[in-house]
Each structure stands twice: as C-alpha cells, then as structure tokens.
Design a protein around this ligand. Structure first.
Ligand code: GLU
Length: 284
C-alpha cells in the first residue's frame, strides 16, 4: 500500500433499504481509500430487534449494483458480541461504568421535572443528556435491583474517564483538529439493556480491530467521534484520521434519511435508473 493509501470502511446497519445518502457515503469511503488502499464493509447489526438478514442481503446487492468492490470477509458485528463484552469488562475493571436501571419514561420524567429549572437540563447532540440518576446509587442499591431482575444498561462515567485519559484531540482532514469533548453526551450507554454493546462501543472497537486508518462517515456523526476518541484512549487503541462528509439533500434541501422514506436504491433500480444516473444524482 502506498503512503497516500488508506484503509476505509462503509458500515451500514441492516435496518432498512439503502437510500441515496448511503450511496454517497459508500462511494465516499471507497474513493477515500485511494487506488492502492483497502475498502472494507462492516454490517452494524448489534440491534437484533431491528436488523434483518433480508436488509443485509439488499445492502450487498445494492452496493454490487453500484459497482463498488469491497474486501471480504465482511465483518458482521452480531458475530462478535463476546469481544465487545471483553472490551466492556476492561472499562468495568477500571471502575468506569455504572449500571443504569432507568426506563425511557423515568428519564423523560426526570427531564420534565428539571425543565422547570432549564439550566439543569443539558442538551447534547442526541437530545437532553441523561441526568445521571443512577450514578448516585450505592453498591447495595445496585445489587438489590440486579438481584430483583431489573434490566439495566451500563453507562460510562464520562468525567472520570476523561480525567483518566487526560486531554485528547482528533483530526478531521477537512475540518481540522478538534479537542475531544465527550462530555457533550453525558454518561453514554455502552451496553444497552437489550444488547450487551452499543454503537459507540462496537464501532470504535471494530475500527481499530479492522485496522481502519481513515474513518469516513456523515457529519451527523461528527460529535460521536468525541466519544470514540475517549474510548480509544481508554483501550489504548490506535487513532485513525477522520473525514466527516456533508449529508446529501433532496431538491428541497431536506436531508435524506431512512425515516423520511427517501428513495431507496432498490426503488431507483426498479424504476430503470442506472448506477451512472445515481452517481449523477449524488453530484459525484
Ligand atoms: N452504522 C452507522 C449508520 O448506519 C454508521 C456508523 C459509522 O459509519 O460510524 O449510521
């Protein structure tokens, strides 16, 4: 591999059909690898409640139709839960996690109550930040709830983790150097109640494990990089370079997303569009 070559990846979640935004992201990652680089595909399917084998098959079909070529084997995250568990144990051993028994309704109630004093409600990139309720439980209280079978997530003690790691930076090739500010998310969930992992955990772990040297993804995930940088420091992983790309929008300026029922690649293909036409629609 030449000096300008990178190892990049496209990491979709098989929870729906790919749309134009995904096509843009996949082309971006593949091109960013450079002619002598390596382009990998990772299926981010830890959310087994929402992931479907049919959507994974559609991802491979759509990307192949677009003319993209990726290295095999494809890494499928659901096959690596034990690795994520081991990564989690390392943080647990360092006293950087705590169990959170809150339900969504508990959290919403707390936030609504605190809304009477808005300065107490901290907003993060994904909405109001977790108010830290379970952080204050004693060991005995934690144990009692666990013994009674109450489901729990594991959250990172973000401030302690930042103190342990010291000041951190990361570099986006187009936007420059950022000082890591993982506390914008508060105490993030690293293991969900239903899945013993989370996007932040599995993505950071896999980027290192797969030897990704340049992480490319949409700018909607730029803030997530603050957390990933912190996890890299805690696990002593190599730090990749980053390139967060713009999100493509429809003619009315609205960003494409699965939720908005953006035109899927399959629908475009079935209506007779060619890969060249799709590239034209992406302006690439
Ligand atoms: N699986 C994530 C998604 O589909 C992408 C994660 C990433 O590229 O870091 O939004």
């Amino acid at each position: 591999m030449s000096a300008s070559a990178s190892v990049t990846r496209f990491a979709p979640s098989p929870t729906g059909l790919l749309h134009l935004g995904h096509a843009y992201s996949a082309f971006f990652a593949s091109a960013a690898a450079g002619p002598d680089g390596r382009f990998l595909l990772r299926i981010e399917d830890i959310d087994q409640g929402r992931s479907r084998p049919a959507f994974e098959a559609a991802i491979l079909e759509d990307l192949g139709w677009l003319g993209l070529a990726w290295e095999t084997p494809v890494r499928r995250q659901s096959a690596h839960m034990a690795e994520y568990g081991a990564a989690l144990s390392r943080l647990e051993r360092d006293g950087l996690l705590y169990p959170c028994f809150c339900t969504r309704a508990d959290i919403q109630r707390e936030i609504a109550e605190a809304a009477a004093a808005p300065h107490l409600v901290k907003m993060g990139p994904d909405g109001p930040v977790y108010p830290g309720t379970c952080r204050h439980l004693t060991k005995a209280e934690q144990q009692q709830r666990m013994d009674s079978g109450t489901p729990y997530a594991l959250r990172l003690k973000t401030h302690e983790a930042m103190a342990a790691a010291g000041p951190l930076t990361w570099h986006d090739e187009e936007r420059g150097t950022f000082e890591a500010a993982p506390d914008v998310f508060g105490d993030v969930v690293l293991a969900r109640k239903d899945v013993p992992a989370s996007y932040h955990l599995a993505c950071t772990w896999d980027d290192a494990l797969q030897g990704i040297t340049l992480v490319t993804r949409g700018e909607d995930l730029l803030a997530a990089t603050h957390i990933h940088r912190l996890l890299q420091a805690l696990w002593k992983l190599p730090v990749p370079r980053y390139r967060h790309h713009r999100l493509i929008a429809d003619a009315g300026g609205k960003k494409f997303s699965k939720r908005d029922h953006a035109p899927t690649l399959r629908a475009l293909r079935e209506s007779g569009a060619t890969p060249e036409r799709v590239k034209g629609m992406l302006g690439s």
